[in-house]
Design a protein around this ligand. Structure first.
Ligand SMILES: *[C@@H]1O[C@H](CO)[C@@H](O)[C@H](O)[C@H]1NC(C)=O
Ligand SMILES: *[C@@H]1O[C@H](CO)[C@@H](O)[C@H](O)[C@H]1NC(C)=O
Length: 282
């Protein structure tokens, strides 16, 4: 049987580039073609992986875009923190302590959120349309920037599950770079008060410690407010190209997916509870 030798490179960037090369090349193409297509970047080869035809690899099994969107909604539902990016106003506000040099610059900060949209009244969420819920602090840079007019992007990943996953193929290392991440684009929309009790319960189930900075809490160090992030665009990197989808999602599908199914006319009727993320127990 044909035997391929695939160089293994330490750098993540080169590794993902390599994965594109691997997947862009039929798996059992000649070894020479693979070597040719990787030699121009002169990677330092630290190891080699041997893939044989008997490993029965099929790189053409990337999930469909709808299945990927179910995975993305599941990633949102199972996540409680992410990196929120906002942009400092330019010029900075008069009471800002930030250096003038960061005016107009983005600042990514790790924030709590929870997927509690389904607990909002139907008029606001239609049963959960994938808008993350925040318990926002007025003093926090993220929400000062949004109050000053910035939009917000939220990046969520599945990388800390890498140890529960399996290598992409025999001999390939476990690789966080091959696991899903999604970036949501949108804006902050403060919620009408009083908020539903179920929303607070949902959020505190994800973040029990947040009970000490609930709105109106006495002795709380900082004032807070409830808000949702209205998602307008979704960018998905499911993993290595060829094995997973990479690109912009259909936001109508993102918004139309529910836990147990999807709205009429959306996808094939499945919900985010009908898929698993890499490494999840069946
Ligand atoms: C930015 O925010 C405005 C509302 O403040 C919204 O209309 C617009 O769609 C947002 N842009 C994106 C890319 O979400
Ligand atoms: C997005 O999905 C909806 C619902 O399936 C579909 O009607 C629409 O044509 C899709 N949009 C694009 C740009 O593919």
């Amino acid at each position: 049987m044909a035997r391929l030798t695939i160089p293994l490179i330490s750098s993540l960037a080169v590794l993902s580039q390599l994965a594109h090369v691997i997947t862009a090349t039929p798996f059992f193409a000649s070894e020479q073609a693979l070597l040719d297509s990787t030699s121009d970047s002169s990677p330092s080869i630290e190891d080699t992986i041997h893939v044989t035809a008997s490993d029965n690899l099929d790189p053409a099994t990337a999930p469909s875009w709808f299945t990927s969107t179910l995975m993305a909604r599941r990633l949102l539902a199972l996540s409680t923190t992410g990196v929120a990016s906002t942009v400092f106003p330019s010029p900075l506000s008069d009471n800002s302590h930030a250096p003038d040099a960061v005016a107009g610059h983005s600042i990514p900060l790790t924030e709590y959120f929870a997927d509690c949209d389904a607990t909002l009244p139907d008029s606001a969420s239609d049963g959960g349309s994938g808008n993350p819920t925040f318990l926002a602090l007025h003093v926090a840079t993220t929400f000062r920037n949004t109050a000053a007019g910035s939009n917000i992007s939220l990046s969520i990943d599945w990388w800390d599950h890498v140890d529960a996953t399996h290598p992409l193929f025999p001999g390939f290392p476990l690789s966080a770079a091959g696991l899903p991440r999604v970036t949501l684009f949108g804006y902050i929309d403060p919620l009408e008060t009083p908020i539903p009790k179920a929303l607070q319960e949902c959020y505190l189930a994800a973040h029990p410690d947040a009970k000490v900075w609930l709105p109106g809490k006495q002795n709380s160090p900082h004032a807070s407010f409830w808000a949702r992030m209205v998602v307008t665009q979704v960018y998905w990197i499911g993993g290595f190209g060829g094995f997973q989808q990479i690109g912009w999602m259909n936001v109508t599908e993102w918004k139309g997916i529910r836990k147990g199914g999807s709205l009429s006319g959306i996808g094939d009727g499945r919900g985010w509870d009908d898929v698993k993320l890499p490494g999840e127990k069946e």
